[in-house]
Design a protein around this ligand. Structure first.
Ligand SMILES: [Zn+2]
Length: 104
């Protein structure tokens, strides 16, 4: 069973929860690993974690721009500018807030 560690906005890391990717995250999205950030390109449809006051959720978003940085496989330092499909807002997020679609 594949699980990912989720940190809820506004809570400390001691409140992190492990969630089941299959049931708790939308199907067919894969958390982006730092070593995989080069697989994301401008124009790609991704899932991005949008933090709001009431709730924080993953939403469909398109990658508008990428500021790529040199880094190792353990920590991504790139900055991804995404535009959310549902409200057209733009946000600069890091790799840890993105899920990619599996390549066909
Ligand atoms: Zn990166």
């Amino acid at each position: 069973m594949k699980q990912v560690r989720v940190r809820f906005a506004g809570f400390r890391n001691t409140d992190d929860e492990w969630v089941n990717v299959k049931t708790d995250l939308r199907e067919r999205s894969i958390p982006l690993e730092p070593a995989e950030c080069h697989m994301v390109n401008v124009g790609d449809l991704v899932m991005s974690f949008q933090e709001k006051e009431e709730q924080s959720l993953y939403f469909d978003a398109h990658v508008v721009a990428i500021q790529r940085q040199d880094h190792d496989a353990t920590e991504c330092k790139c900055v991804f500018l995404v535009r959310y499909d549902h409200d057209n807002s733009e946000d600069e997020v890091q790799c840890s807030k993105l899920c990619r679609r599996p390549s066909e």
